[in-house]
Design a protein around this ligand. Structure first.
Ligand code: SAM
Ligand code: SF4
Length: 347
C-alpha cells in the first residue's frame, strides 16, 4: 500500500494524472521483466553464452512491487510479469501474491504472466489462488527433439505437464509460438489442433530483430502473411472482434472452434494502437520495444520514500513515447534493430 499512501499524502488527490502519450494513446498496460535470467536459451531470444546482470543490480521484490503500484496508481489496468523466465526469480510468488491486492481493490483488471512453462507444475495452483486468471505459455513445437534444439536446454514433457497443471488449476492458457523458418513451419496445423482441442487459444508471432543471438535473422524470419495464406487453404477463418489488450489480431477457425492470433510486428505494424510500456528488472523503462530510448526509474524510486519523483520520471518518459518501431528483416537488414535481447524487456 506504500504507493497509494504516498499519493494521498503528497498530492492530496486520490489518483495522480493518468498516462497519455504524445499521440493521445492512453498507457494502461505494463509489462515487467522481473529477471533477465532463464532456464532456457531459445535460439531466437538469447545467445548461447549469455552474460546476465549481477544480482545486486536487480530491483528487490519490494521495489518491483512499489514500481508496479505506482503505474497502477497512474492508470495501468493490466500488468504482465515476464522475463527472462519470471518463475525462476527467487521469491516470485511473494511479488505476485502482493500485487494480487490490486485485483481485490479493483485498481487492476488483470494480473498475468508470460512463461516458458518449465516451473508451472510447481506454481500453477499458487498463481490461481492469488487471482491470476490467464497466462501465456510459450511453446513453438510439440516435437521433443525440436523443442530441445530451439530452447537449447528445455524438456518438452516438463512444459506439457506444466500446462496440464495450469489447466487443472483453472487458469486459461494461451499458447504463443514464434514462427521459425524451416523449424516449425510444418507444425502449425498440429499446434492449432492440439491447442484448440484442449480449449486453448494459439498465437503465432513473427521473429523480431532484438539483440545479437548469433544467427542471421533472415534465416529465422517467416512472414506470417505467408503462414496465414497457407493455413487459410486448410481452415476456414472467421474474423472476430476479440482483443486481449495486446497486439494480436484474432480469427476463429470454423473447423476447430478455437481462436488463432497473429502478432505481426514486421508484416503489419500495430503501433498505432499501442497502449503499453515495459520495465526491466533494473527499473529501466522502455517506452517502445523496438527503440533504444529509455528512462531510469531506479534512481527516483530509491531517492525518496514518497512516489512523487517516480511519478514525475514516469510522466516525463511517457511524454517521449515514440510513434512506433522500425523493424525490418531483409537481405540488407539482418542486424538487430536494438542491441538488447528480448529477455531484457520481456515479450
Ligand atoms: N521466458 C518467458 C517465455 O518464454 O514465455 C517470458 C519471456 S520471453 C522473452 C517472452 C516471449 O517473447 C516468448 O513468447 C518468446 O517466444 C518471445 N520472443 C523472444 N525473443 C523473440 C524474438 N526475437 N522475436 C519474437 N518473439 C520473441
Ligand atoms: Fe527464456 Fe523465454 Fe527467452 Fe526462451 S523466449 S530464452 S524461455 S526468456
Amino acid at each position: 500500500m506504500l504507493a497509494l499512501d504516498g499519493i494521498a499524502k503528497v498530492s492530496g488527490r486520490t489518483t495522480p494524472a493518468p498516462l497519455v502519450d504524445p499521440f493521445a494513446r492512453a498507457i494502461t498496460y505494463l509489462r515487467v521483466s522481473v529477471t533477465d535470467r532463464c532456464d532456457f536459451r531459445c535460439v531466437y531470444c538469447m545467445a548461447e553464452d549469455m552474460t546476465f546482470l549481477p544480482k545486486q543490480d536487480l530491483l528487490s521484490l519490494e521495489e518491483l512491487d512499489r514500481l508496479c503500484s505506482a503505474f497502477i496508481a497512474k492508470g495501468v489496468r493490466k500488468l504482465r510479469l515476464t522475463g527472462g523466465e519470471p518463475l525462476v526469480r527467487r521469491g516470485i510468488m511473494t511479488l505476485v501474491s502482493s500485487l494480487g491486492r490490486h485485483l481485490q481493490s479493483g485498481a487492476l483488471d488483470e494480473l498475468t504472466l508470460t512463461t516458458n512453462g518449465s516451473q508451472l507444475q510447481k506454481y500453477a495452483q499458487d498463481l490461481a489462488n492469488v487471482g491470476v486468471k490467464r497466462i501465456n505459455v510459450s511453446l513453438d513445437t510439440l516435437d521433443p527433439d525440436k523443442f530441445r534444439a530451439i530452447t537449447r536446454w528445455g524438456d518438452l514433457h516438463k512444459v506439457l505437464d506444466g500446462i496440464e497443471a495450469a489447466r487443472a488449476a483453472g487458469l486459461a492458457v494461451k499458447i504463443n509460438a514464434v514462427a521459425l523458418k524451416g523449424v516449425n513451419e510444418d507444425e502449425f496445423v498440429r499446434l492449432i489442433e492440439w491447442a484448440h482441442g484442449l480449449g486453448m487459444d494459439l498465437t503465432l508471432i513473427e521473429v523480431m530483430p532484438l539483440g545479437d543471438v548469433g544467427a542471421g535473422r533472415l534465416d529465422q524470419y517467416l512472414p506470417l502473411s505467408m503462414v496465414r495464406a497457407g493455413l487459410a487453404q486448410r481452415f476456414t477463418f472467421n474474423e472476430i472482434d476479440y482483443h486481449t489488450g495486446g497486439p494480436a489480431r484474432y480469427v476463429r477457425i470454423a473447423e476447430t472452434g478455437g481462436r488463432l492470433g497473429f502478432i505481426t510486428p514486421l508484416t503489419h505494424n500495430f503501433c498505432e494502437s499501442c497502449n503499453r510500456v515495459r520495465v526491466t528488472c533494473t527499473g529501466t523503462l522502455f517506452m517502445c520495444l523496438g527503440q533504444e530510448d529509455a528512462a531510469d526509474l531506479r534512481k527516483p524510486l530509491r531517492a525518496s520514500e514518497s512516489d512523487d519523483l517516480l511519478y514525475t520520471a514516469i510522466d516525463e518518459a511517457i511524454s517521449r513515447k515514440p510513434k512506433g518501431h522500425d523493424f525490418v528483416i531483409d537481405r540488407r537488414h539482418q542486424r538487430p534493430a536494438v542491441a538488447r535481447h528480448m529477455s531484457v524487456t520481456g515479450g
